[in-house]
Design a protein around this ligand. Sequence first.
Ligand SMILES: Cc1cc2nc3c(=O)[nH]c(=O)nc-3n(C[C@H](O)[C@H](O)[C@H](O)COP(=O)(O)OP(=O)(O)OC[C@H]3O[C@@H](n4cnc5c(N)ncnc54)[C@H](O)[C@@H]3O)c2cc1C
Length: 346
Amino acid sequence: MLDYIIVGFGLSGLSFVEQLEDHNKSFVVFENASQRSSRVAGGIYNPVILKRFTAAWNVLGQMEKAVPFYKNIETKLGKQLVTDLPVLRRFNSIEEQNSWFEASDKPILKHFLSPDLIPNTNEALDVPFQYGKVKQTGKIEVEQMLTSYANYLAQKDSFVQSSFEYSELEIKESYVVYKDYKAKHIVFTEGFGVKNNPFFNDLPLVGNKGEYLLIKCESLELDAAIKSSVFIIPQGNDVYKVGATYDNQDKTPEPTSSAREELIKKLDMILKKPYQIVGQVAGIRPTTKDRRPLVGVHPLHQNVYILNGLGSRGILIGPTIAGQLYEFIENGTPLPVEMDIKRFGN
Ligand SMILES: Cc1cc2nc3c(=O)[nH]c(=O)nc-3n(C[C@H](O)[C@H](O)[C@H](O)COP(=O)(O)OP(=O)(O)OC[C@H]3O[C@@H](n4cnc5c(N)ncnc54)[C@H](O)[C@@H]3O)c2cc1C
């Protein structure tokens, strides 16, 4: 009898698995590569919403937890996965600069927004109103982390590359059975894939498609992520991710020509040197209407759980809410009401 079955291995699955590893619990993970949200993510952790200059939800606690969490994985896997990467917000006007100064004086934001204006020194970029710098930002190599972690789990026979078939799950009073596996609990962490899950597909997960272009530009030479109407995120070897788009209508997995055109248009407003497009990627963010995660226990089955709704900030949110779900299951610690799926009457 295992302690847990986990379905899905993106940022939410990985965050929960780390809890299990820390507490010496036995488990198996099923992953079918049907969703790509975590693998295509920009990998940026950034405590501030750069459109409105506000702090992200519960960000102080999440920041404290997230960076040591990923550094710990880095040590465990013996791979460099975390880099400090400055994030510079390009201002569009004097008014925007003033809003930034105002925001940088506010209680939480003063930890994160530098009040100084940073002049642009990069000839490749058009930046007429200078930059504001966000403090305590960085980048996680999410795709590399997921691949290495999956290999590490596979070596321990804890990773099964296959689709979880919901109709094969038998739920008993104090355990579940799935094919040859028996476990005390099952946790679904399928991101947007939860739409196919009969136990939780009534929850209001909206989904928001995001796409990045990958460009190569030798004369750009950036060592910071630039946020204008799009992010430009250095990937090494003169390659940059440019994006992302936000689309809550199209839920298809493939990259689109409309996103490509939109991103080229936005990029051309700031990048003044020639570049080549070398790739395009897409994924569906598991977003919710109220912008809060979907965490909790199934209303009828006490050993069936969900960890989802990480939205557009999975890197920071994942470690905290995975810890909260673990404490709820193992020690009965109540979940914060705003993330508990009970808020939808479940
Ligand atoms: C373009 C883009 C850019 C982003 N940039 C950032 C960023 O810079 N910083 C940040 O913090 N966040 C970013 N995000 C958001 C972040 O990626 C999400 O919050 C996060 O990926 C959600 O993780 P998840 O594990 O819930 O979902 P997913 O990553 O979708 O993982 C779910 C996993 O479950 C698997 N699965 C589903 N159904 C089944 C099944 N039946 N059987 C087996 N396996 C199954 C899927 O294959 C998938 O691997 C970005 C998202 C996108 C799309």
